[in-house]
Every structure is written in structure tokens, then in C-alpha cells.
Design a protein around this ligand. Structure first.
Ligand SMILES: [Zn+2]
Length: 189
């Protein structure tokens, strides 16, 4: 609640072995601030180590290990850090990549795209526009109609099941069969 941590000085407490991280931290993120920020302390407590590593240190989970890779329920995938809605289950598809894959966004502005030249490749990094959490990457080999493939770490996502209709309907439909013995004189209206 007293988080004062300036977003611009995200401390990558990691890996001097990864100079690219330091490079990006210094060169790329300096001007970027996000509408929502959390203290790193809070996030370390609230997130699993894996979620923290992926979202805050731009990590990648191993293929086929994420909880949402083969997840097929209907609903909305949100940012695990800030809760912003990011993807609909309607646009999720089986890419065979081992990571949850979507061919579109819920809202274009919900995800920020940035060039990522780490590991000697050029990729497009996807980041939560609200809090700056690393999500994954965007590729151009997705299915129609967009041709896009948002390749997202399960560890960056939370899932909100589709709001099902109030289950009260079942009680009005069923008669007094079960309650007959107790409430003999009562009739249904
Ligand atoms: Zn977020």
C-alpha cells in the first residue's frame, strides 16, 4: 500500500549472466512507465516464483508445462499481476507450440508490443499495457482471420471462467418431488 518503487528503476535482481536484461532495463525501459505499478516486495509475496520470474524478469516457462496450455474452458484470460483482461477463450487455439496461443486480443490497447532483440533474434515482445508484466511474444504465423499468434506464458495469466447464468433456474423448474414429504400441504405457485 505504500509502494513507492519507481517503475522506471525495475530492479532485475537477477542474472548478471544475462547482460541483455541489463541492457534492456537500462536502454529500453527508462522512459516507459505503466499506469499500474506494484512494489516488487508485494509481487514476490503474491506471485509464485515462476509467475514472478516470467512477468517481472521476462522469463519463459518451459514448453508444455504451463497450466493453461491445453486449457479449453470458456472465459477470459487476465494479467496475473494486475487483473487486466487480455484474451478471450474464443480466440485461443492449439498451436502445438506448448504455450497458450491466441489469434487475437480482447482489446488492442490491452497489450503493448515492443521489439525484442534478445538471444540473437528479433521477436515482438508482448507486455500488459496496464502494469508492464511480460506476457510472451507475438508471431505472424497464426490462423485466420488475423494471422497472428500471441504466444503467452501460462505464468503470466489468470483465468476468469465465463459467467454462467444464475443456477436458480433449476429450482424453479423442478417440482416439489423432493420436498413432498415434508411440506404436505404446500403447493407451488
Ligand atoms: Zn498487468
Amino acid at each position: 500500500s505504500t509502494d513507492h518503487t519507481p517503475q522506471t528503476t525495475q530492479h532485475f535482481t537477477v542474472d548478471v549472466a544475462f547482460p541483455s536484461l541489463l541492457f534492456f532495463a537500462g536502454a529500453r525501459r527508462t522512459k516507459k512507465t505503466w499506469p499500474v505499478s506494484f512494489s516488487q516486495d508485494e509481487l514476490r509475496k503474491r506471485l509464485t516464483p515462476k509467475q514472478y520470474h516470467i512477468t517481472q524478469e521476462r522469463g519463459t516457462e518451459s514448453a508444455f508445462t504451463g497450466e493453461f496450455t491445453d486449457h479449453k474452458d470458456e472465459g477470459t484470460y487476465t494479467c496475473v499481476v494486475c487483473g487486466a483482461p487480455l484474451f478471450s477463450s474464443n480466440t485461443k487455439f492449439d498451436s502445438g507450440s506448448g504455450w497458450p496461443s491466441f489469434f487475437d486480443l480482447l482489446k488492442e490497447e490491452s497489450v503493448t508490443l515492443t521489439d525484442d532483440f534478445s538471444y540473437g533474434m528479433h521477436r515482438v515482445e508482448t507486455t500488459c499495457s496496464q502494469c508492464g508484466a511480460h506476457l510472451g511474444h507475438l508471431f505472424d504465423d497464426g490462423p485466420r482471420p488475423t494471422g497472428k499468434r500471441y504466444c503467452i506464458n501460462s505464468g503470466s495469466l489468470a483465468f476468469q471462467p465465463k459467467d454462467t447464468a444464475p443456477s436458480a433456474s433449476s429450482s424453479t423448474a423442478e417440482g416439489g418431488a423432493a420436498s413432498g414429504s415434508v411440506t404436505d400441504g404446500k403447493t407451488e405457485l
